[in-house]
Design a binder for this molecule. Structure first.
Ligand SMILES: [Zn+2]
Length: 157
């Protein structure tokens, strides 16, 4: 299990910088089968004040590979975000696990539509899928026909 853990108890108030890499192994622990590959650089600036309030400013930059919505081939989506997280005094613990936050921030920064740029989809897959759609319609039409035939049978009685 690969986590992004910020140690909190071994340093006084002040500022520290941390660095982590959110790769495929990191994303796999969240059971997200959509993420085929990932390479996101995570820079974390942690500010701890005297009253044990802790703030983390994150800078996420990298790429996440997901299936294209149109052709299902892998498409690399650039990711960049600067979220921040605050740990409230009551929640201050020995370590601060930022894994879930980093995962959420990356997922939130992904566009709703994940597509190759126009013309860059796999032409074979697009052709196959559009063919398959037509095939489904044909299958649906023939699935209806036994009922149509039965209906005809009842009507003739
Ligand atoms: Zn595509």
């Amino acid at each position: 299990m690969k986590s992004i853990i910020i140690p909190l108890n071994d340093w006084a108030a002040g500022e520290r910088k941390f660095h982590a890499q959110a790769d495929l192994e990191f994303f796999q622990q969240f059971d997200n089968s959509e993420i085929l590959d990932a390479d996101v650089n995570v820079e974390i600036r942690v500010v701890k004040d005297g009253r044990n309030k802790v703030e983390a400013d994150l800078h996420l930059k990298g790429t996440v590979t997901v299936p294209c919505d149109r052709c299902l081939d892998p498409v690399q989506i650039p990711v960049e975000a600067d979220p921040s997280e605050t740990l409230t005094p009551s929640a201050v613990e020995v370590d601060w696990d930022l894994s879930q936050a980093v995962y959420d921030f990356v997922c939130l920064s992904l566009p709703l539509q994940r597509l190759h740029q126009e013309g860059q989809c796999d032409p074979d897959t697009v052709r196959f899928l559009s063919h398959k759609e037509r095939g489904d319609e044909e299958a649906e039409a023939s699935a209806n026909s036994p009922f149509a035939a039965l209906k005809g049978l009842f009507e003739s009685k």
